[in-house]
Design a protein around this ligand. Sequence first.
Ligand SMILES: Cc1ncc(COP(=O)(O)O)c(C=O)c1O
Length: 374
Amino acid sequence: MMHIPKWPIATEREMRLLREVLESNQWGGFHEFVDRFEKLFAAFQHCQYGVSSANGTLALEMAMAAAGLGPGDEVIVPSISFISTATAVSRAGATPVFADIEPYSFNLDPERAEAAISPRTRAIMPVHFGGPLADMDRLMALAAARGLIVIEDAAHAHGSEWNGKRAGSFGLGSMFSFQNSKVMTAGEGGILLSNDAAFAERARSFANQGRETAGQGWFYHYTIGSNYRLTALQAAVLLAQLERLPEQIQVRRRNAELLAKELAGVEGLIFQQVPPQVNVHSHYLLLGRIDARKFGMSRDEFHKALTGQGIPCTPFYPHPLYGNPLYQKGGCRVEPCPVAEACVRDAFWLPNRVLMAEEETTLEIASTIRGLRS
Ligand SMILES: Cc1ncc(COP(=O)(O)O)c(C=O)c1O
């Protein structure tokens, strides 16, 4: 059987930091570790401010609240993402507008985003799918030209860069997820990042029961907030995970390059296209598409064959976001999405732990995939 490492990974470092929290009298959101993690992670992603939360979904909801998005507003989102990208918009009372992705980057197509703009559009929410950033040159230019807010769903993009500038630092705000499968995790967790002090302050107040953070009283609430706080236990784990991230990205990068080289001549297997501007990325998912005619088997057969050989593989999402029963009932606007529809039939991903394997295992994976064609 192929030796694919388990994920997540914890070491003595996580244990030591966790013990420190457990031995303190503050296990909640006001332990010094939470503040330390927010500052370190924000700086790591080239941002000035970080507001952590119990999970990534809540960080997106904070972003919507802090941006003042609500009823009557439209937010353009890619039709391929995890559900929270859209439901954060819906929960705020605004309307998600589903636009198509590019054929091989799996990211929001700037032309399709532009075509989706209406007089009600207030924001664009690109997702950096699988790790590589969406085309931030074109999306930021589009947003500036049309006076739109950009909120980045960077749930997959820890450490990812576009021309040396890190994910999460382009828009008014951004969010990262630390859910169990992510490249940095505390089982659950999230953070909102920003370079806008007032935006970050509104987000923090919202996440902290509508308190004003500038030293007003504990029982003085100025807006309808909530409690979205990350715990110190999560922060302890995340501090350790962040220390290890750059080195793990290098391991995944090496393995992804080796797989790409070994499988370069395999007709009908097309890996995610990473734009040259993306100089580093998280390698959260190894994404690809199968051209059944050229490859000689369908995506479903490919998925079955891989998992049968002990290589974890997911046959993409079963539908674009608007195909969920929730959005079949309405509450959204759907632009034509032929690429998303095609990806649902022919795309797949391998989880990041596949790219954490030894070189020998990586070569074995490549040879297994090559073997499927003969
Ligand atoms: C693109 C994307 N956005 C948002 C989320 C939500 O994050 P969380 O699971 O931490 O709530 C996820 C995944 O979990 C995701 O993949």
